[in-house]
Design a protein around this ligand. Structure first.
Ligand SMILES: [Zn+2]
Length: 126
């Protein structure tokens, strides 16, 4: 745990308070013989206590709140982003003319004309 901190400020304070609450719940539950609840509360207290003391949270990490660690859990938000960025221009590009010869889009202002098959191509591709 070096500089992979992604919990701070109010978040950390809330986790600290929850740690205390869960610890109390765990102890009380175990005393009453409710082992499962006591166990769950204890695990929660340990997890949140870990977050609060180290400033690192695996859930934050999984949600890409912090992306410094190259761990097993990696949600590829950047991948979906670039995919959207690629489909955007692609759709608007479909309204452009495409050269039947070289396949490149024909930019407005470029010299173009029909070839022998009545397809629009660049003047240079004729
Ligand atoms: Zn062309």
């Amino acid at each position: 745990m070096d500089d992979t901190k992604n919990v701070g400020g109010r978040d950390r304070l809330v986790r600290l308070l929850l740690t205390i609450v869960l610890s109390i719940v765990a102890v009380r539950s175990l005393r009453r013989g409710k082992r499962l609840r006591g166990l769950l509360a204890g695990v929660g207290a340990l997890g949140l206590g870990f977050n609060a003391t180290t400033g690192y949270c695996g859930v934050n990490d999984a949600l890409s709140v912090d992306t410094t660690s190259g761990g097993d859990v990696e949600i590829d938000f950047e991948g979906t982003d670039s995919e959207e960025r690629e489909t955007g221009p692609e759709q608007s590009r479909s309204s452009y003319l495409t050269c039947a010869s070289c396949g490149d889009p024909i930019v407005p202002g470029q010299r173009r004309g029909p070839n022998g098959q009545d397809d629009i191509v660049h003047d240079d591709c004729l």
